[in-house]
Design a protein around this ligand. Structure first.
Ligand SMILES: O=C(O)C1=C[C@@H](OP(=O)(O)O)[C@@H](O)[C@H](O)C1
Ligand SMILES: C=C(OP(=O)(O)O)C(=O)O
Length: 450
């Protein structure tokens, strides 16, 4: 059956203020990595607060197919019995990663470090995404692409070498997925694998590798970059992973509370790793009323409760070097900008064009359809907000199999003059399966077609 045949539209409409205390689900990046390092450790890894979204469940199934025993003990509570670095078995069937760039790309790194062959596939969105950025460095490490769709895309089959080579690699685009794939392949290479990134990206792989006992050093590189060195062939020790609330998911109730007059919402335990907080920085510059309370450490990362109150926002200029710290948050920032007074210019968004959809085009189209003045200039998105006058709404937004486009425009519908409909809400389950319940619990009026 085609994805279109299974799609379910959803509508959000204006209601009263949002109020309450909620916890967004576990961080998606950390959840993928916990399962992957669980696979590569010898013994039993325990994970609490795992995101049980479809992207992460695909990674759990792939870890099983590569030899791990993966067991769900209760809500968010999982156990992985790993096979150790070097101990993977070839999967009997293609690994289906659904909609997940992170799961597929990180697991390509894992496979490329082992002398096994594995096939990777996914949905129409994942099949359209560039994989050469991963395959190029993995080829330098000795991996071979046995078969791939045009342009090195999925479905593809990858064969790891008998002995992976450690490399020194500078990532051509700021991408935590590229960095992580190289480091994960480097785990089973003798010697030191080095990754240089000109702009620092999320560092969950480096942090978690250390927590599992690998030797990883991180040095600054240039003005905004880092150099990461990993000593290969460690014996990874199982760890206990507590997954904090995902700032990329918390972003939706956060912006909903800012733009819905009279709202006050507390978001509990949100990860505030500085490589993930670009959205909060930007919203504070826009004049948002957000306070960080009960700042603490949990599971190796800083977390805080975010207390958010509705209020006026003003347009700002978002510098390109901030992009890696808020790369998945531009769609929802664009919605916030539509409610701000004046112009917001988001600079340097080229990477947005290769996500689950071309997010630059999809956000622009959704804004314009809902009566918001917006334009694209090169890699920049410019949104002119109406200040006190909310967007008209009333449009049906095309989501292109993209969960963040769906959630962003549903949030817009909560405060727009007329309801906003998205053509398909099913993809929301990839990253935020409790989205409708959580938003409804805060008082949001959202409805999924039966
Ligand atoms: O490493 C990760 O967990 C992620 C990295 C980012 O992708 P890129 O590395 O392609 O920028 C981000 O967009 C994605 O949602 C999660
Ligand atoms: C880009 C995203 O994820 P992925 O690359 O894992 O599909 C996202 O969740 O916004």
């Amino acid at each position: 059956m085609s994805a279109a045949a299974l799609s379910r539209p959803a509508t959000a409409r204006r209601a009263g203020p949002l109020a309450g205390r909620v916890r967004a689900p576990g961080d998606k990046s950390i959840s993928h990595r916990a399962l992957i390092l669980g696979l590569l450790a010898v013994g039993e890894t325990r994970i609490e607060g795992l995101l049980e979204g479809e992207d992460v469940l695909a990674t759990a199934r792939a870890a099983e197919a590569l030899g791990a025993e993966v067991e769900r003990l209760g809500e968010g509570s999982w156990r992985v019995r790993g096979v150790g670095v070097g101990g993977l078995r070839a999967p009997a069937a293609p690994l289906d990663f659904g909609n997940a760039g992170t799961g597929s790309r990180l697991m390509m790194g894992v496979v490329a470090g082992h002398p096994i062959e594995a096939s990777f596939d996914g949905d129409a969105s994942l099949r359209s995404r560039p994989m050469r950025r991963i395959l190029d460095p993995l080829a330098l490490m000795g991996a071979k692409v046995v078969d791939a769709a045009e342009g090195g895309r999925l479905p593809l089959t990858l064969k790891g070498p008998d002995r992976a080579l450690p490399i020194a690699y500078e990532t051509p685009v700021p991408s935590a997925q590229v960095k992580s794939a190289v480091l994960l392949a480097g785990l089973n290479a003798p010697g030191v694998t080095t990754v240089v990134e000109r702009e620092a990206t999320r560092d969950h792989t480096e942090r978690m590798l250390r927590a599992f006992g690998a030797e990883v050093t991180v040095e600054p590189h240039g003005a905004h970059g880092r150099e990461i060195r990993l000593v290969g062939q460690p014996e990874l020790r199982p760890a206990e992973v507590r997954v904090p609330a995902d700032p990329s998911s918390a972003a939706f109730p956060l912006v909903a509370a800012l733009i819905t007059p009279g709202s006050e919402v507390t978001l509990e335990g949100v990860m505030t790793n500085p490589l993930r907080t670009g959205l909060v920085t930007t919203l504070l510059e826009m004049g948002a009323d957000i306070s960080l309370e009960y700042v603490r450490e949990d599971g190796g990362d800083e977390v805080a409760d975010l207390v958010v109150r509705a209020g006026p926002l003003k347009g700002v200029d978002v510098p390109p070097e901030r992009a890696p710290t808020m790369i998945d948050e531009y769609p929802i920032l664009a919605v916030a900008a539509a409610f701000a007074e004046g112009e917001t210019r988001m600079r340097g968004l080229h990477e947005l064009t290769v996500k689950e959809s071309d997010r630059l085009a999809a956000v622009h189209a959704g804004l314009v359809a809902n009566g918001v003045e917006a334009r694209i200039e090169g890699d920049d998105l410019i949104v002119r907000g109406g200040g006190g006058r909310a967007p008209g709404g009333a449009a049906a937004v095309a989501t292109h199999l993209d969960h963040r486009i769906a959630m962003s425009f549903l949030v817009m519908g909560l405060a727009a003059e007329r309801p906003v409909t998205v053509d398909d809400a099913t993809m929301i389950a990839t990253s935020f399966p409790t989205f409708f319940d959580l938003m409804g619990g805060l008082g949001g009026d959202l409805e999924v077609a039966p």
